[in-house]
Structure formats: C-alpha cells, structure tokens
Design a protein around this ligand. Sequence first.
Ligand code: C5P
Length: 473
Amino acid sequence: MSSEDAFISSLKPAVELFIKHVEMGSRIRIVTHNDADGLASGGILSVVAHRKGAAFRTSSEKKLDEKLVRSLAEENPSLIVFSDFGSGYTDLIAENLSQDVIILDHHLPAGHEADNLVHVNPMLHGIDGAREIAASGICYLFAREVDEGNRDLSCLGLVGALGDQQDKGERKTLTGLNTLIEEDAVKDGFLEKHVGLIFYGYETRPLAKAIAYTTTPYIPGLSGEEGACLAFLREVGIPANEGDRLRSLADLTDEEKRTLFSALSSHMVSMGCDAGAVHQLIGTIYTFRLEEPSTSLRSGREHGSLLNACGRMEKPGVGLSICLGDRGEAMAEAQEILDLYRRKIGSSLGLVRENDMVEERDHIYVIRAGDTIDDTVIGVVSGILLNQGILKKKKPIISTAASEDDQMKVSARSTEELALRGLHMGLVMQKAAEAMGGGGGGHDVAAGAYVPIDKEEEFIARVNSLVPEHLKE
Ligand code: C5P
C-alpha cells in the first residue's frame, strides 16, 4: 500500500467514530486553530456536522494548552474533534480528556497515542505535513469520506494549504496530496489555474491596488502602498487606466507584463531582496471560480490571507462565518479586518527596520519585540523578513513577543535550504520550550512556542545552541 493510500485509509476509523456519534445524537465539539488553515478546517467540519444534522459547537483557539483542555473537560461533550492542532499535544489531551477524541492535524506529532484518541496525521505515514497537505486538506478528505456530496468543499480544502504557503512546487504549485483535492476542484468546475504575475486580484482589481494588496511576496516600498504603486507604474510607462476604466493585470499586453516584471525585479534587488524573493513574483494563480470576481475570496492566496487576518486580528468568528458561506455582513467586516491587518504588518515591518531590531547571533537571527509588535503578527513579520532575502546569512529567525498570562510567544521561520540540511524548527521549538516549562512545535520551516516570559534569554540561547546540532554540513 502506498503511503498516500495508507493515510487515506487512516481516515476511516475517524469517519466511523464521527458517524457513530452523529447517529447517537451526541454533543460534538469542534475545536480548531485560529489561522487560515485552522479556520478553513473548522469551517469544513462544521458544514459536515451541519449537513449530517449533528448537535455541534465550533470554536477557534489561539493555542492548545492546559487551560483549553481543562475547559473542554468541564464542558464534557461526547466527542471532541481537534483540527490543525493536537498532534503535538496527545499526552496533554489524554491526561485531561476521557471522552472520544479525533485529531485531524498536519503538525509534528509528539507524545503517546491513547485508546480514546483517533489520530489522523499524514506525518504518521511518512507524508510531509508541511508541504503535501494541510489540515484543511485532511478535513476535506474526511468530509468526502463522510459523504461524496461534500466535494463542493474542495476549494476550502485548498485554502489552508495556500494560507500555510505550501505552494512549494515548481512555479509555486501545490504538490502531494494537495493535488488530489485540486483535481476534484478542477473537475467540478470550482477551480481554475494559470501561471502569471502572482498579484491578488489578477482579473479584476486595478493594477496599483493588486500590487499593493499582495503580501507574498512582500515588496519593500510597494506592498501596502497604493500611492507608491501608482507612481511606480507611471515611472515604468504602464498606464493605470484606459479612458475612464482602471486596468487590471489581465488587461496588460504580454510586452507590458514583461516590462512590469523586469521593473519589479530591479526594484526588489535595489531594495536588498535576493533572487529567490524575485522568483516569487511569478507563479501559479489559483482562482476560485464561484467567488465574486471583485472580492478577496476569488484568489486562493488572498482568500487564505483574509482568513489569516481574521484569526490574527482576533476575529476568528468572522473568518468561520465566511467559511460557512456568509458573503454578506461577515464579508464586509472581513474586508475591513484585512485592511487593518495589512496596515499592521506594514507598520510592524517599519518598526523592525527603523529600530534595527534584527539581532544576529551565531546560528540564528533574533527579534525581541516585547510588547511593540502583537504576538499574533510576529510570525508573519518574521516570515516576510526571511523570504525577502534581505537577511543575508543562512540562518533561521526566532522572534519573541509578549503574550497573555506572563507567557512569551515565539515564532520561528526557516528556509527550504536549511530544512534540506536537516533543520526542523518544530523539533527545535519543542525541545527548547519543554526545557523551559513551556510548549512548542510546528513544521520544519515554520514553528512556534509559548514560554514563560522570564525565560526569554535562556530560551534564545538554547535555540542558538540546538540549531547547529541539527544541521548537516
Ligand atoms: O504562530 P506562528 O505562525 O509563528 O506558528 C507557526 C507554526 O507553528 C504554525 O503552524 C503553528 O501551528 C505551529 N505552532 C505549534 N506549536 C506552538 C506554536 C506554533 O505547533 N506552540
């Protein structure tokens, strides 16, 4: 049996347990992470539960910790389904929860299995959970196994992968099991793909806005700066409008697209970005055909950004409503949240630059933000800084920010190259956080932890010494 088949078979016990509880009329509790992948996962599971007529409640949470499992134990539902977290916390779950539990996750597993736990994770079958499938993809395959009628959730199944930046294949394609979901979406007419300049709103958004709204890649001086984008277009001789009508990227001639690409590349290099960052300008564009062309939901990547914004600006309920199909009130609110989120990222990056906040240690870069940058966006900011290639040494970046309950939030970002050399930041975070009485985990290139705030320096020193132990020369 291939590892893919073995993984898909591993969904069966989870589906059977879920259906058994639906048929028993049990109270089902869906608990999901609050980023794009978590919200899309929770959305899929909620739609599945709703369609089955189950009695369920869904919440999305910033972290899975003792406080959360204790409150779930008090609620005492008959079945708890965790999505996009759980795999790194099986011991905590088993120690505190005695009812049936399903975990649908793609993060690094840690701890022991238990009799009341049905644990579904591609990594348990040798499949790369950081690149080949996200939690929303697992939830989609789960949904399809419950009922073929849930195939209309395929785009939502891909949103988590795009939000988690799993588009690591050639020309920024999704790979592995994600392509299985993609095939469903294309076959059913929900998804269209083409290769081009990666800006959000390719078909419909005015050119300057499309460039300004794009956060991956993040272009210094242009991302978030519509006025600067307009001036830039003027400078390179690309008219932003045709008569009264504002032009979109799709309106440009091939010659104009080439001119734009080359001007953007030169601009990025002049701002200190490396070739890898410039390369990110072109890739596969995922268009969700049933979404309104003028909205942020039409482009798969922007859809992911919008959900990430809802989660990280502490409005996960708005994101969940969108996943459940609300295109009215929730959509208007989400659009405002996304604008604020973009501004927050822009101002946080400005703060890091103006105050020269990136410190270089022997084996890592460090940002100690304290309470100057929100713990919810510190990870995004770190990812952008590393992906721009402005930090020249091949080192991961570890950022810390003050969080609630005297805890410090840590976000770690690394590169594909370092991952190939054996560096797994999820493992480093897990080991270093546990040694400080905290908890951590995640993927090889994106990971995180929570650690008592007074252990900040000790934690950073520990990470700095763990990194070279993982790296193969
Ligand atoms: O919060 P941030 O975006 O930096 O997290 C990066 C990755 O690490 C996410 O996939 C998150 O789920 C994971 N993580 C984890 N355990 C933690 C903190 C973060 O698995 N304690």
